[in-house]
Every structure is written in C-alpha cells, then in structure tokens.
Design a protein around this ligand. Structure first.
Ligand SMILES: *Cc1c(COP(=O)(O)O)cnc(C)c1O
Length: 366
C-alpha cells in the first residue's frame, strides 16, 4: 500500500487499525493451494479468527482447523459446515468432544493413551489422527514441546487405539511455526512412511497424512517463494504418498501477509538522549505477537532526514509495553502514522484490552 493511501485510510477509520487486504489474502491462499497440489488446506483459525478472514477463505473453498469450542462457534457463525472442519487439539475435555461432535466434526487428534480412552464412547461417530512430535529447535515457534508422541512410539499408540476399537485414520505432525527448513517435513514424512508400514503389517490402514502448518512468510528477513519452498515436499509426497489423502493446517502463511497495522504517534519525550515515541498500539495489543510469537514486523515510516536514537513504546502504563529500543529513526511528530507489515498472524489473535485500550479494529480494504 502506498503511504498516502495509508494516511487516507487512517484518517477515515482512526488508529490503531489493521488493514486487511482481501486480494492479498486470496492470493496467499491460492499460492499455497497451487504450491501443494492435491493437498487439502485446513486454515488454522488460531492464527487469526477475524470473521472477515474466515468468510473470504470460505469463499475460496478452504477447509478449517479448529481447536476449541470458541473456534467452533466462529466457523458455525460463518455458515461453514462441520464436514469442512477438523478438530486438532490433542487435549480435550469430554464436554469439548461432545460439543464438536454435536456440531458435526468427525475428525479429532490425539497424542496419548488417556486421550484415546476418552473416545471409546464415541468410536462410531469419528476417526482419529495420531499426532507425532517432530523436534525443530532452530524454528521460531516449536509446536512439539507441548504436544505429540515421539516418532518411535507413534505406531504403538496407533496400535493401542486400533485394539480399543477406535478408527485410526491417520498421522499428523507440525514441524514448528515459521519453519524455514522444508527438510523438516521430509524428516517427519520419513517417520510416517515407517509408521504406515508397521500399521499395514498389523492390518491397520492409514489413510490420511496431515503435514500441519509452519509455512514461513517474510518479516524483516525475506523467505523464498512458497512454490519453491513446497517443491521438495511435493516431490516426496508424489513419490511415497500418492495413495494417501494429504491434508495441511496452514495458518501464518495465509493470514500473515494480508494485514498491515497503522498506528499513530500520540506523544513523545526526549529521555536520556533518545527520542521516546508513544504509539496508540502496543505490546498488549497487536504487537503481542512480538512477545508470544517472537515475530519482528517490517516498519514503514513516511518521514526522512537525519536519524536519531529512538524508542517506540505502546500506550499502556506498563514498562513492558516498549516495542523497539535503540533504533535509528528520523524525527517524528505527534500525529505521524507508522505502518507495520505482515501483521495478520498471531497478532490481533492474542491482543487484549489491558488498561482500557481497546483492540485495534480490522478494516477490509481492496
Ligand atoms: C498453530 C497450529 C497450526 C498453524 O501453524 P502455522 O505455523 O501458523 O501454519 C496448525 N496446526 C496446529 C495443530 C497448530 O497448533
């Protein structure tokens, strides 16, 4: 977006505002669908559950990955049928399972024996994916720290489920979010091949392989185009998994690039040799992703000129609400609008109204 347009929109809608580009969202979805031919895409609602995003993806015929009763309500309110959803939370209360079954979801994820037992009363109403862990210490967000059975024990869990009379449909994994190493998918798929072989020998037919999410996007550093990133994954899937149904749970790669944040400088102060700029959005708002998601968003400033040692801070009274320190910025004025890009994933999703500052509104543009 060019900056005069940003200023116009900021003036029209007020700030802080998250501008959702419908065309960018559609093209991110389509680019991934083209890059992973034959793979069903279940959008991870967790990354951004805004109703506008859900509605646009629904119109692209996306499927949806949901994890909680609240996320079920979101997709239900969007008119999405349960047949297009899977429930991927490995730990659920009995009441959560019933809530999802009552909605009509018929695919769930488990990663331990106690969770298998919870499904015995419902064994005729659903099938299960067994989640395998895949360690990825180099990744921005490790999603196998908390969930997933070790690869070498995953077959045993599948066998236990099968022996309990449950329908084990497949294997799922998540290679870590903002995973820049495509070989992590291959590593996980190699384990899957082995597990499928063992399962076949025990008369268990694995039908589904769920390769999770994790596809990376450009922040301050840019990543390779998604088609190139997916190429080795495709080749491996074509070679070894052509007889399986392959699904994925992308979040960030779809919601991330389509949203930009406009925030305004509401005050400034020279403190200890640095210009402190106080913005109307901060760590307790959309920048919560800096804390929880470890993301660093590209910034666009309209002014130019000599640069000074600067600090950007959010609006709340808490000292943790400081976004950037020791950065070099041109002199800003109160009322200046700053733009931050790639702010669609894990940003507004984890924002709060702390200290009485309401969450940034989402405005659909283009
Ligand atoms: C968070 C999450 C996703 C989405 O991951 P991205 O890295 O945003 O693509 C997918 N599946 C599960 C189970 C998750 O927890």
């Amino acid at each position: 977006m060019d900056f005069s347009r940003v200023q116009e929109l900021a003036a029209q809608h007020g700030t802080p505002a998250l501008f959702l580009s419908e065309s960018r969202l559609r093209s991110a979805y389509r680019a991934l669908a083209l890059s992973l031919p034959g793979v069903e895409l279940y959008y991870a609602v967790k990354s951004n559950c805004d109703p506008a995003i859900i509605a646009i993806l629904n119109s692209e015929n996306s499927f949806f990955d949901i994890c909680s009763n609240g996320e079920i309500d979101i997709v239900r309110n969007a008119g999405i049928c349960a047949g297009r959803c899977i429930h991927t939370h490995p730990i659920k209360r009995e009441s959560d399972i019933r809530y999802a079954l009552d909605f009509g979801v018929d695919t769930f994820v488990v990663d331990n024996e106690d969770e298998l037992l919870k499904f015995i009363p419902y064994k005729n109403r659903c099938g299960l994916l067994v989640r395998m862990s895949i360690q990825n210490p180099g990744c921005l967000v490790n999603l196998s720290h908390k969930f997933g059975e070790a690869p070498e024990h995953t077959f045993n869990l599948i066998k236990k489920g099968h022996d309990l009379g449950l329908r084990i449909k497949g294997i799922s994994f998540h290679p870590g979010s903002q995973n820049e190493n495509a070989l992590k998918y291959i590593e996980a798929l190699e384990y899957c091949r082995d597990i499928c072989r063992q399962a076949a020998l025990s008369g268990i037919a694995i039908e589904v392989i769920d390769i999770g999410g994790g596809f990376p996007i450009s922040y301050l550093a840019s990543v390779m185009p998604i088609a190139n990133f997916c190429q080795p994954i495709n080749e491996y899937l074509t070679r070894y998994f052509s007889n399986y149904r392959i699904i994925a749970e992308p979040g960030r790669v779809i919601s991330g690039p389509s949203v930009s944040l406009a925030t305004t400088v509401i005050g400034r102060s020279m403190r200890n040799g640095a210009w402190w700029y106080y913005l109307d959005e901060g760590m307790y708002g959309s920048f919560s992703g800096k804390m929880y998601d470890h993301a660093d968003y590209p910034m666009v400033v309209s002014r130019s000129g000599e640069r000074h040692n600067s600090v950007l801070a959010g609006p709340t009274c808490d000292s943790i609400d400081v976004l950037y320190e020791n950065i070099r910025l041109p002199l800003l004025q109160i009322g200046d609008v700053l733009l931050f890009e790639s702010m669609g994933a894990y940003t507004s999703a984890s924002a709060s109204d702390f200290n009485g500052f309401p969450r940034a509104k989402i405005v659909v543009v283009e």
